[in-house]
Design a protein around this ligand. Structure first.
Ligand SMILES: Cc1cc2nc3c(=O)[nH]c(=O)nc-3n(C[C@H](O)[C@H](O)[C@H](O)COP(=O)(O)O)c2cc1C
Length: 226
């Protein structure tokens, strides 16, 4: 059995600089949402892979409600349209991203027309998979709720049974120094999360579950049992 000390020596686990408190695959522990993107274009094969990752996500009744508008800087007109949909505070940094994406969710089941209660959830999972695949390829994703959904429907002729949900900037991350000073400061602010104790319950709502006691002296590497 590995001790916490053993695990700490492996980069993959306990990358303390990020405040990660349990064994975690490094794709998740190092992921973050940068504002600083390099001008380097994303290779077509990598772009294909991130959408393939989205495609293989689970969904309610395998409905696969996710749709995506994507534009690289080469798709000048669509790229400009997607950029213009963003709120100004997002445009300031997203304009550097070589790829912009709009995530759209189908709002009713295709087989019976009933409301699709989990459609946003399913789109979110597909974007999560896309994000992790991007991380594995050395790319980074920054999702944005700050965009004009009504204009997206109009300008992109999105059919009425679909809802624009999320805008996404994708590209290679770059140094914070290339950003204006205020954005550079935000870029350098450490990522933070609520403690697990506030999130996971067993006995009753609000009481930390015994299953997430991260003070435990010995933690097994959950990946070593596979
Ligand atoms: C649904 C959603 C909407 C978001 N909207 C914005 C946004 O409009 N602008 C922005 O700068 N970041 C946005 N973010 C990014 C979050 O602020 C970011 O994920 C969060 O602060 C955690 O930081 P991290 O991803 O670096 O861990 C959004 C993220 C999600 C998932």
């Amino acid at each position: 059995m590995s001790t916490r000390h053993d695990l700490e020596r492996q980069d993959v686990f306990f990358p303390g600089r990020l405040g990660v408190r349990a064994a975690l695959t490094d794709l998740l522990s190092r992921r973050w949402s940068p504002r600083s993107f390099s001008a380097r274009p994303v290779e077509p094969s990598k772009l294909l892979s991130v959408f393939e990752a989205a495609r293989w996500s689970p969904s309610s009744a395998n409905e696969q409600p996710w749709r995506f508008f994507v534009a690289t800087k080469e798709d000048t007109q669509v790229y400009e349209t997607l950029l213009a949909l963003l709120v100004e505070t997002n445009q300031r940094w997203a304009m550097r991203a070589p790829v912009l994406i709009l995530g759209v969710a189908q709002s009713s089941y295709s087989k019976n027309g009933r409301p699709y209660r989990h459609s946003w959830y399913d789109l979110g999972q597909s974007v999560a998979n896309l994000t992790v695949e991007a991380e594995a390829l050395g790319l980074a994703v920054h999702q944005m709720g700050g965009f004009d959904a009504a204009s997206a429907v109009e300008l992109l002729s999105i059919p009425k049974e679909y809802e624009p949900v999320i805008a996404i900037a994708l590209g290679y991350p770059d140094r914070p120094e290339i950003l204006p000073e205020d954005l550079k400061k935000r870029e350098e602010t450490p990522r933070s999360r609520q403690p697990l104790e506030r999130l996971v319950f067993t006995e009753e709502w609000g009481r930390p579950s015994r299953h997430i006691d991260t003070r435990s002296p010995l933690l097994e590497n959950p990946l070593s049992t596979n």
